[in-house]
Design a protein around this ligand. Sequence first.
Ligand code: SF4
Ligand code: SF4
Ligand code: SF4
Length: 276
Amino acid sequence: MKIKKYLPPIAMWLIFESIAVILWLTLENLFYLFNFSYIGMAIAAGLILYIHKKKYARNAVQFAVGLYMLGYLGFLCHENMQIEGFWYYLFLGVFEAATIHYVVAKIFGPLVFGRGWCGYACWTAMILDLLPFKTPAAPRKRWGYVRYFVFAASLIFVGLLFILQIPDKDNIIWWSFIIGNIMYYVVGIVMAYQCKDNRAFCKYVCPVTVFLKPMSYLSLFRIKVDEEKCISCGKCEKVCPMDVEVPSNSRKKANATECILCMKCVEECPKSALKL
Ligand code: SF4
Ligand code: SF4
Ligand code: SF4
């Protein structure tokens, strides 16, 4: 039936619209209705473009959501949606902006849509994905521990602002957003060229993965293989930007929590053995 193929965009739109209405009514703030409705519609529109085999469907969603969050929420509304902003609001005991963003996109959302944030919405990856190294040129390096240092550094930085009772914390957090983003882009681009891998920053440095990885282990949406159809040709693993052991249904397979649901493997499989 025709409508069946539109179930994923409809489901994603309904999930985000429910979040929008719940937050709007519970926090009595119309902004959340606009915010999550926009994000839900952008993701649903991108999935519809993907269904219609538009080549740049995923990039379109990345820019629609990423630019909105970086440009509108970040630069115009002065909200730090980086991890420092999350710690800041958390220590203030405020459930808004970055805390809501983290709860929805990076802490509990991944239980449903895994690392969909990384594939379709992150404003760092929206630029990194334009670089020429879409498929990693070399085996994965054992540098994943770096992310824990960056994670700890962000926590210590914001913690010290409170412990030392530094004045004008709002302004410092705003500047940390600007400087943090510049650093992410510079380090991300340099690493991509050094490792010949667009997603090197995501694999080794990004501190957000400390939240994303354990939650996405349990993700409802994930790539599954029909073992009867699979001929073990290895094409899916060759195109995977995140080095996932694609043709296995085990949640414990290599780099399972790295999958960003980009669907490259599904497109590449000659036997149509993979699906979401
Ligand atoms: S790993 Fe970090 S930088 Fe990469 S897409 Fe995810 S949140 Fe963005
Ligand atoms: S290619 Fe497949 S397994 Fe690899 S990140 Fe994309 S969707 Fe996940
Ligand atoms: S591309 Fe398809 S057939 Fe080939 S190994 Fe992957 S799942 Fe199996």
